[in-house]
Design a protein around this ligand. Structure first.
Ligand SMILES: *Cc1c(COP(=O)(O)O)cnc(C)c1O
Length: 405
């Protein structure tokens, strides 16, 4: 029932409350349009978007080069299925593989599907190449990780909310503390086929591992003939100021999982990227997706790859990241108990005396900056990479105020 005096926000909130599944707890902001770093809500209020679709909007809302690529493809052909070829798929796989210095791409749609596909490839590689006995493959993962919401992925989650009520769970996973190379080494058995890790744990609160950890992971995987699978769904494609956060640490994984920004916030596009000796284990009929590798997704993905390959946005991200982290360091002890991150990506732990992360995000929204709490006291900041220095200072000023009230 709509009352005459209801605000547009209240009308939309009631529709969502009554008819959408309540699997999220959004801030009371209903967005009507977006451009670059900015969004406008149904009341006409403008906000700086400091979540950027959890990094799906690394290039901002409606980046003109990316929407142009989508528009061009919309006017040609959008879906063929993989029963036939399409003239965007080959170029997309070739260009993305070249950007990452790998040989092959398996295109999927969502991040969780890329993770599921990566796990399937790792298990199959374990049986076909490594020679693990049938149905015995094990995969080592990290505590506090986030890899998506499917049954198999929540099967190895350590978040009680993500798991609770969703069993029975998929077996075959061993969980070790993140950042602890000795624990990882101890968890490897002759039946281990892969280690799956985020190079920076995003949902856990933008946790950057200790120096040398990723190199140790590489060394352990190589020594034990285990695939190193790096989930760069959130960390990859520019967020840290690099195409790959793993490579920025001087390390090369065997398998990269990409998603989020690969579709530029326009369409869901994800991918598993690896060399032929790994992705070659998949034969016709053994894996697939109706929408994976569709021409619209590939056209957008190609434009994203070209934008990243050009390089200036990565350079800009590194420079703006320094401004962000310098500003955040000044907040340490002033309403925060810890600040950390890399590139245009930060976790800010709110001093509990000042309220929860959620409360600070509500104050930030009232001040014109949209961010989202993760794990209680932590506010995650991840603006579009196209943000300018004055916009960054505007947001830092708002954060200073939000941490004062
Ligand atoms: C978001 C995310 C996923 C899941 O992606 P969806 O598109 O939401 O399925 C997987 N891994 C990481 C690291 C993520 O941040």
């Amino acid at each position: 029932m709509t009352l005459l005096h209801d605000s547009p926000t209240a009308v939309h909130e009631r529709l969502m409350a009554e008819h959408s599944a309540h699997n999220y707890h959004p801030l009371p902001v209903v967005i009507a349009d977006g451009q670059g770093v900015w969004v406008t809500d149904v009341e006409g209020r403008r906000y700086l978007d400091f979540l950027a679709g959890y990094s799906a909007l690394n290039f901002g809302h409606r980046h003109p080069v990316l929407t142009a690529a989508a528009h061009r493809q919309l006017d040609r052909v959008t879906l063929t299925s993989r029963a036939f070829g399409n003239d965007q798929l080959g170029p997309f796989c070739t260009e993305l593989a070249a950007l990452l210095g790998k040989e092959r791409v398996l295109p999927m749609n969502t991040g969780a599907e890329a993770v599921e596909s990566g796990l399937k490839v790792a298990r199959k590689w374990g049986y076909d190449v490594k020679g693990v006995p049938a149905d015995r493959a094990r995969i080592v993962v990290a505590a506090e990780a986030f890899h998506g919401r499917t049954i198999s992925v929540v099967s190895f989650s350590t978040d009680p909310e993500a798991r609770g009520g969703f069993g029975p769970f998929t077996p075959g996973f061993d969980v070790v503390p993140y950042g602890d190379a000795a624990a990882l080494r101890a968890a490897i058995t002759p039946e281990t086929v892969a280690v799956l890790l985020e190079p920076v744990q995003g949902e856990a609160g933008v946790i950057v591992p200790p120096p040398g950890y990723l190199a140790a992971v590489r060394e352990i995987c190589t020594a034990s003939n285990v695939l190193y699978v790096s989930d760069e769904v959130q960390a990859g494609l520019g967020r840290t100021g690099h195409v790959l956060a793993t490579r920025a640490a001087g390390v090369d994984a065997d398998v990269y999982l990409l998603g989020k920004a690969l579709g530029a916030g326009i369409v869901p596009v994800s991918a598993v990227v690896a060399d032929s000796d790994v992705l070659g284990v998949l034969k016709p009929g053994q894996h697939g997706s109706t929408f994976g590798g569709n021409p619209l997704a590939c056209a957008v993905g190609r434009a994203v790859v070209a934008l990243l390959a050009e390089g200036s946005l990565l350079e800009h991200t590194r420079a703006m990241g320094e401004v962000l982290h310098e500003g955040l360091r000044e907040l340490l002890g002033h309403g925060t108990t810890a600040v950390r991150g890399v590139g245009l990506w930060a976790g800010v732990d709110v001093d509990p005396e000042l309220g929860t992360g959620r409360e600070v995000c509500e104050r930030l929204a009232a001040l014109g900056v949209l961010a989202k709490d993760t794990h209680g006291p932590t506010v995650r900041l991840s603006p579009p990479l196209v943000i300018t220095e004055p916009e960054l200072h505007t947001a830092l000023t708002a954060l200073r105020h939000a941490l004062r009230s």
